[in-house]
Design a protein around this ligand. Structure first.
Ligand code: PRX
Length: 633
């Protein structure tokens, strides 16, 4: 397979960018035509950003899995599609060819349809990183069911919220998961969640940790018992381009997480196009993305992008620090990985462990390194470059979001220039602009502002599940006529983009998006808590840490900290646990009752000289009280 749309030189990039901007429909039609469609589309794009309504390849029908599997089985059946590296390096790896993977997906389809799951049904997936997770995702796509993968670290309550919001009728899970030295129960968490989800009629359970689990008669079924004895094909269900492919919940600045909806045709084209171009993938290469499939990075760059491109995708069950801090490098060496894609937070934590770990592995197979999920600091960038890339290969700093479906701003490996800490240039088809707080466009270079998009791209969010107006409000209402990313951004003198972080009430902790309102709501559930306010502060490893200011009904005592943390774990999950909790007598509020987070952020950051104007506060004295009680390291 060759990729007619792979840009190979800086001049190619310029030409593709110009073409995609001047004639986007012709540009994307040409690329989409390289995929397998059951029926051709009638219109390439219909859109307006008010409602919003964005439709790509309308009238066209396809099934994503024919593109991710069948066409590769025809072209190169024996190429390895999926490599799996277990948590424990002593356990055997799994290596499945495209033919193997298709057979497993088809068998899985039979399991799902035998349980009455059909096109359009929603299926939640709450699993560890075992190969069957990828199979389950693809099987949903093949039968036309809408998957909603829930990261294995979320609590029972978070699962229930998602299952109810998605009106899911089935869940796929495991008995438990191995993560480093820990065994995480999954099935028992699902059981707790389902006590409030009566509509779920099926729970498919994979055996992994072999711990004891309860199985509910009629509802729960072991995967290995449900699997058909004979291999039978399963024809891919015909999907409209704009039919839902998946829902993925993500945190915003208000309320509960939103179900970001991606659809079949546009997402497929975008995930594949960006994979092939950003990483400069060459046929036969091995791609190791260290994300979890529970996040968008895993959807687009472990499953869909690499498989649609015909790559070998490597799925790793464990964590970067187990059994030691050389695990990523050892996997890279062992499997001759060509492309390694990870997060700045992982790089920073491995950097802290010392260069001797990566220095022990030559990793001469590596061609490209990538980062994603948060701004990368210069020190981490250079360490990654020198100790992992040995100073000889490109690093791509890829900026994008759950809502964008795929990479939006990034250098293209070895094709366009890299600049440490800069995502650099928009991909062809992406039209970014910076605006000020009033929505006025900021022109020229050497400027900064809020990052927006003025034109649709195939992989963009279509709606938030079950509540289209929420999608409008969250992304299209701040600056009418534009998609607002929620990020602040610098455009330097050369026109290169550097994303500086969220400008809304969303935190980015170890590359995970966490809504401050969600954490506050969880803390406020504790009976002794009157009110709380969450802000982020710079954290050496996590990028941002979570700082909680809490007002109590009762006098403070140490136990309350533990109880408050437990409350957050119960309502959200361990990833949202505050790093610091400060009990305060009050919060700085304006006369209209709005919390002045700017002041709280400055105090959390320790910038006590720069609190700005506090005279508009209802009770300015509260600021002094908070400063004197600041939480220590
Ligand atoms: O703030 C940006 C940051 O992560 C946010 C998106 O988070 P999420 O939807 O969870 O997706 C993460 C994986 C794509 C963005 O709004 N972000 C992501 N990549 C970068 C980044 N910030 C700076 N540089 C990046 N490369």
């Amino acid at each position: 397979m060759s990729y007619t749309y792979q840009v190979q030189t800086a001049a190619d990039y310029e030409a593709a960018y110009a073409h995609a901007t001047e004639n986007p429909e012709a540009f994307w039609a040409e690329i989409a035509a390289t995929f397998r469609w059951k029926k051709p589309w009638k219109t390439v794009l219909n859109w307006e950003f008010r409602s919003p309504s964005v439709r790509w390849f309308d009238g066209g029908t396809l099934n994503m899995t024919e593109n991710a599997l069948d066409r590769h089985v025809e072209a190169h059946p024996d190429r390895v599609a999926l490599l799996w590296e277990p948590n424990d390096p002593g356990e055997a790896t799994v290596s499945w060819t495209y033919k193997d993977l298709l057979e497993r997906v088809e068998a899985y389809c039979h399991v799902l349809v035998a349980r009455g799951i059909q096109k359009g049904d929603r299926v939640c997936i709450y699993m560890g990183m075992i190969p069957e997770l990828a199979v389950a995702v693809l099987a949903c796509a093949r039968i036309g069911a809408v998957h909603s993968v829930i990261f294995g670290g979320f609590s029972a309550e978070s699962i229930a919220d998602r299952v109810l919001d998605a009106q899911a009728s089935a869940i796929i899970t495991c008995d438990g998961a191995f993560r480093g030295a820990k065994t995480i129960p999954l099935k028992s968490v699902v059981d707790q969640a389902l006590s409030s989800c009566p509509e779920v009629h099926t729970v498919v359970v994979h055996q992994r940790t072999r711990e004891q689990v309860d199985m509910m008669e009629g509802r729960d079924v072991w995967y290995h018992e449900a699997l058909p004895v004979d291999l039978k094909p399963f024809p891919a269900v015909e999907m409209e381009a704009e039919d839902l492919l998946f829902i993925l919940y993500t945190s915003g600045s208000t309320g509960k997480p939103k179900g970001v909806v991606h659809t079949c045709g546009g997402y497929m084209v975008w995930a594949t196009y960006t994979f092939v171009n950003v990483f400069q993938y060459q046929p036969g290469q091995i791609h190791f993305c260290t994300a979890d499939i529970g996040w968008i990075t895993g959807h687009s760059y472990i499953v869909y992008g690499p498989l649609c491109a015909g790559a070998t995708t490597l799925l790793f069950e464990g964590i970067p620090t187990y059994p030691d801090c050389g695990r990523f490098w050892q996997i890279t060496e062992k499997h001759h990985v060509d492309i390694l894609y990870t997060a700045p937070t992982a790089i920073r934590s491995l950097m802290a462990a010392g260069p001797e770990f990566p220095d022990a592995y030559p990793m001469s197979s590596l061609k490209v390194l990538g980062t994603v999920g948060e701004p990368i600091n210069a020190e981490a960038w250079h360490w990654y470059d020198q100790h992992v890339g040995k100073g000889r290969i490109p690093i791509v700093d890829t900026w994008w979001q759950t809502e964008t479906g795929g990479i939006m701003i990034s250098n293209l490996a070895g094709v366009t220039e890299a600049k440490p800490t800069y995502a650099t240039r928009p991909l062809p088809g992406i039209q970014p602009l910076l605006v000020d707080e009033h929505g006025a466009e900021i022109h020229g270079n050497g400027v900064s502002g809020n990052l927006c998009m003025r034109y649709p791209w195939p992989g963009m969010i279509r709606t938030t599940y079950g509540d289209h107006d929420r999608c409008r409000q969250a992304y299209f209402s701040t600056y009418p006529g534009l998609y607002f990313t929620g990020d602040g951004c610098i455009r330097d003198e050369e026109g290169l983009y550097r994303i500086t972080g969220r400008v809304d009430d969303v935190l980015n902790v170890s590359g995970h998006r966490i809504g401050t309102a969600e954490v506050e709501n969880a803390i406020n559930m504790h009976p002794q808590v009157v009110e709380s306010a969450i802000v982020g502060y710079p954290h050496d490893i996590k990028g941002q840490g979570i700082y909680a200011y809490v007002i109590l009904h009762s006098p403070e005592k140490e136990d309350l900290r533990v109880e408050i943390l437990a409350e957050v774990v119960k309502h959200i999950g361990a990833i949202a646990k505050p790093d610091k909790i400060q009990f305060v007598p009050g919060l700085p509020k304006t006369r209209s009752g709005k919390i002045m987070r700017r002041i709280l952020r400055k105090i959390a950051e320790g910038e006590l000289q720069q609190l700005g104007d506090t005279t508009t506060l209802l009770d300015p004295a509260v600021v002094q009280a908070i400063i004197s009680g600041r939480a220590s390291e």
